[in-house]
Design a protein around this ligand. Structure first.
Ligand SMILES: [Mn+2]
Length: 260
């Protein structure tokens, strides 16, 4: 089998070396139709990311990803990541739901460490569970069935064996379905189930979880398990002022959300 077409679900690392001073982002949803968000990411990569030893992307960097054999459109973004990695900084990428098909070919091109979702990582001496977050949106049963399908290595292999135009058509279909679906669901339906996050944290032996996906940036720190939610990036919508941000860490491992 062409290694580039290895099912992405089997391609990610299950453990990585500790992170000394990471900046974490997620949910940029980069796509050609989002020029301002792309420019925001370019600025971030030139001015902000270089202050940190590691760049960690917790899913949905891209609005869609149909396979590592069709990444021409993303070349400028991949080149930015590769340049960053070439300066001795680490780039860690976890696939999300939109870009669940990010695989070993992408990771090699970007100079990135591709990781599984979720993964336990030591950050500034503290063990942290990192995840995209959609696995805990358990109130949406239809979505969880769809998620199980798209994370199945056999489904992924079958999808990757289709032609690029076929895959593009399927991705557009899935996208349209999810958009019409979303309009019928409440915000609560689409948020994570706290007890499921806490259970995953306990299983991993950690007391802190960082995830994205829900677009509801917040620090939930009252309970036994701290849950930090990353901001999404949206600089193109005309009906909002635009938002983007990240999570970084103080010495001792205390996270902080930064919006910009
Ligand atoms: Mn997502």
């Amino acid at each position: 089998m062409d290694t580039q077409l290895q099912p992405p679900a089997l391609a990610g690392l299950t453990s990585i070396p500790p992170l000394s001073n990471p900046v974490i982002i997620s949910d940029l949803h980069l796509a050609p139709k989002k020029p301002k968000t792309i420019m925001g990411f370019v600025r971030f990569m030139r001015t902000f990311a270089p202050r940190y030893a590691e760049l960690v992307i917790l899913g949905d960097l891209f609005d869609f990803w149909i396979g590592d054999d069709a990444m021409e459109e993303a070349e400028p973004i991949i080149a930015l990541l590769k340049l960053h990695a070439s300066t001795g900084r680490r780039v860690v990428v976890m696939p999300g739901n939109r870009d669940v098909m990010l695989g070993a070919g992408f990771a090699a091109a970007a100079g990135a460490e591709l990781v599984r979702d979720p993964i336990t990582v030591e950050i500034r001496g503290r063990k942290v569970l990192l995840a995209h977050g959609d696995q805990w949106c358990l109130r949406d049963e239809a979505y969880q069935r769809f998620r199980a399908m798209t994370h199945d290595p056999r489904w992924q292999s079958a999808a990757l064996s289709k032609s690029v135009p076929e895959r593009l058509a399927l991705a557009q279909q899935a996208r349209a379905m999810s958009e019409s679906d979303k309009q019928q669901k409440s915000m609560a339906d689409m948020d994570v189930v706290e007890s499921a996050v806490a259970e995953a944290a306990r299983d991993a032996g950690v007391d802190i979880v960082i995830h994205g996906h829900t677009h509801r940036p917040a620090a939930h720190v009252g309970a036994a398990i701290e849950r930090w939610v990353l901001p999404d990036w949206e600089l193109d919508e005309t009906d909002c002022a635009g938002r983007s941000g990240c999570i970084t860490f103080l010495e001792g491992g205390q996270p902080q959300i930064q919006m910009f």
